[in-house]
Design a protein around this ligand. Structure first.
Ligand SMILES: [Zn+2]
Length: 433
């Protein structure tokens, strides 16, 4: 069965033309407040006179570092001899990139950790990456997986169900259900990438393929389209969940071709996140229905380098930086702690870092910027008494210094829950309605 080979040039052709289009679409400003999980973490405690006195000062969710950033990579086939550079990479080049992430101090995290962070449930490292593989090629099982094991990297597989071996589009190079089950049993995250891997928008050119191998080029509209797209978005999820006994919450959109209708179908089907191929650093407020990934192509090595640079620049300005754990600095407040005052004393002990250039020590506080902190070179203590009330429910502190010519950086986040008595001055109270 060589059908899978046969459709590759077609997919490539679509890929090139569609990527550009997707770029334009993605650059449109998102509607304000679109599915931002950050909204759920702020409560109405800020408005005086509404008597939030009764509200318990408990934090339901752990405080997460909202300044962290992730880049997501998207790979396809791993082959020794490149014939389709748009979707292939050699095992050597792939492994070199995995090594480079490690060398740059970029932590590879599971996709589910990224989603938990977006929900405000779990912290992730300040600079991290997620690795994904699209379409379900057997080289992902045979070649990529051993390399990922070697580095101890988690990853996600985006599968289109008819492209699995035995499906209408699953030829000899396709992954098998047994291989997917093996991956699942060993902790690999498996997610959805439609049934037949096509443009999901109504009225666009698609290929209908029957199991007998017959293919028809057509455009679907109206109820016919609805039935077809339902199977692409929902049917594919159900099939993966049933055959593998897993829960699917991610949807990668082929070529990034979708619209509001498709998004709505996906949301209703229970997808938590939707992915495109428009690479960009993912932040805490990135909309969940258009998470961009960097598609790595053999003939565009710069895409990978740029992605690594993007995330490097976000915290370090491009200079080599060594990250120090907040725990090693005996910070006050501690990472993840919740304090009862909006005017906390912030402290860190830098003596564990080694020899420090005292003039290079700097403290930045979210919402305040660089603050005039005091550094005691004898004890290595850096401290700052906040004098202007912190307004947010969480506060991130960044400490940096130069040690033997190298920039060293640490950051941590604590929560703020003022005691009710102080939060609402008696004079400001108004009668309840
Ligand atoms: Zn794909």
């Amino acid at each position: 069965m060589m059908i899978r080979f046969a459709i590759v040039p077609l997919l490539l052709a679509l890929n090139f033309s569609m990527c550009k289009k997707n770029e334009v679409v993605s650059q449109n400003p998102q509607p304000p407040g679109a599915s931002s999980p950050a909204a759920g973490t702020t409560t109405a405690g800020g408005s005086p006179g509404v008597a939030p006195v009764a509200a318990s000062p408990k934090i339901k969710k752990p405080v997460v570092d909202q300044t962290a950033q992730t880049i997501i990579f998207c790979y396809h086939r791993l082959v020794d001899k490149i014939r389709y550079p748009g979707t292939e990479i050699t095992p050597a080049a792939f492994e070199a990139e995995m090594k480079e992430l490690k060398d740059h101090g970029i932590t590879v995290i599971p996709m589910q950790d990224l989603l938990a962070w977006k929900r405000g449930e779990k912290n992730i490292p300040p600079r991290c990456a997620v690795i994904t593989f699209d379409d379900g090629w057997k080289s992902q099982y045979e070649v990529a997986w051993p390399i990922m094991k070697k580095y101890g990297y988690p990853f996600t597989m985006f599968i289109y169900t008819e492209g699995v071996r035995g499906g209408a589009l699953g030829g000899g190079e396709a992954i098998t259900w047994e291989q997917l089950a093996d991956m699942r049993d060993n902790g690999v995250d498996i997610e959805a990438h439609t049934a037949t891997h096509q443009d999901l928008r109504e009225g666009h050119n698609i290929m209908l393929a029957s199991t007998g191998g017959k293919k028809t080029r057509t455009k679907l509209t109206g109820p016919q389209y609805e039935q077809w797209v339902q199977n692409e978005v929902v049917g594919c999820k159900q099939l993966l969940e049933q055959r593998l006994g897993i829960k699917i919450n991610c949807f990668a959109v082929p070529f990034g071709n979708y619209n509001e209708h498709v998004k709505e179908l996906a949301r209703n089907a229970g997808y938590e996140a939707m992915f495109t191929v428009y690479g960009q650093p993912i932040t805490f407020t990135s909309p969940m229905d258009s998470i961009g990934r960097y598609a790595i192509e053999a003939n565009k090595p710069k895409v990978f380098e740029d992605a690594v640079k993007m995330i490097g620049a976000s915290t370090s300005g491009g200079a080599p930086v060594a990250e120090v754990g907040a725990k090693d600095l005996a910070t006050q407040p501690a990472d993840g702690e919740t304090v009862r005052t909006a005017l906390p004393l912030i402290k860190a002990n830098l003596s564990g870092i080694g020899q420090i250039d005292p003039g290079s020590v700097q403290m930045r506080v979210s919402g305040l910027g660089v603050v005039p902190a005091t550094y005691d070179a004898k004890t290595g203590t850096l401290s700052y008494q906040v004098t202007q009330k912190l307004r947010e429910k969480s506060c991130s502190v960044f400490v940096s210094a130069k040690s033997q010519g190298k920039k060293v950086e640490a950051h941590w986040t604590f929560g703020i829950e003022e005691s009710p008595a102080r939060a609402v001055p008696p004079a400001a109270q108004t009668p309840k309605k």
